[in-house]
Ligand binder design. Sequence first.
Ligand code: PLP
Length: 405
Amino acid sequence: MTVQEYPELENIIADDEKFYLNAFGRRMPICLVKGEGIWVYDSEGHKYADLIGGIAVNVLGHAHPRLVKAICSQAGRLIHCSNYYYNQPQTTLAGRLARIFQDGRVFFTNSGAEANETAIKLARGYFFHRRDPRAKIISAVRSFHGRTLAAATATGQPRYSAPFAPLPGGFVHVPFNDIDAMRKAIDDTTCAVILELIQGESGVFPANGSYIREVAALCRKTGARLIFDEIQTGMGRTGRFFAYEHYDVKPNIATLAKGLAGGIPIGATLADEETATGFTPGDHGSTFGGNPLACSAALAVLDEYEAGELVEKARETGDFLLAQLNELQARTSLVADIRGLGLMAGIEFSVPIAADIKQELQARGYLVGAVGDSVIRLLPPLIITRQDLSSFISDLDDCLKEASV
Ligand SMILES: *Cc1c(COP(=O)(O)O)cnc(C)c1O
């Protein structure tokens, strides 16, 4: 008799289709069961290089010994306690992040959307407590800020918010990288501007340097709070801890989530000392936010970043990846554009083949993300090596040769 280690894939899919809310539109008939390093394994024993990394979450890859040890050790001591009480992992992590942000204060949540909700509430609270209430929040077309109602309303893609009207008021969208549009929209009643430095979910579109610097100047002029959503671009993804370091612009508020605890749910809202006055006791809260387990995991991630110089590594391997992708583009007319920074890359095809290429890469043992019909997105763990990336490029090259015949 053979022992069935994992449930049959068909049964998992049947149960999911019956019991899980029909929200995801899952198209990959794969059930992942374990991982190690950049590798993951499915219930049928296939092995994949994980180049999407749980969507920029698995920054240390899978089953990283330092992270596993920190989680197990904290779980055996204190998983959770109420925010009525102090807990040391929380204050230590807040201090570490405030030092990296070089200013101010931190609030912990459980997700990226909540970190942005916190940022929006903090900006509104800041003006409320100054007796100059301001409602207007400006964000960019094609942006993504999360799925809760205010974050979905800030998101500049109506399909994420339109079905759920009525939506919170005060939100305005302007085209990305269009400084004239921002100049027209911003004024002395503007509460905040929220932007991604590289729009991730919509297909990896970087902000121009001059645009970001001028937006920051307009915010300073009007008093509007500048919020950078670094949920995807932060945690060293682009080769700097925060992507805004590439732009020489410091926001009033930055949000983090995804990679912060390497896979344990957490979000963080970082605010400068002035903007942090937007909350007074009782204004905001969270039952789970900043609990000892999540914060210990995040501390282990930051320790590993320092020990392994992972931000510098992401810069080097990211430069290598983008150079290789640019060479690939020069070899084939199927690649129309390469966008990104560090280990955040978008490959835009000249024809709508993203789904086919994703499928073909999966058959060859790679997990990647597809955005729309023509973009493949890569967000690999920061521990990935040049060698791993070279193998991927050579397989992608083969896929494209097959696609063109
Ligand atoms: C993923 C993401 C979010 C939402 O994070 P959740 O944890 O899914 O709520 C918000 N903003 C950006 C830029 C993201 O990439």
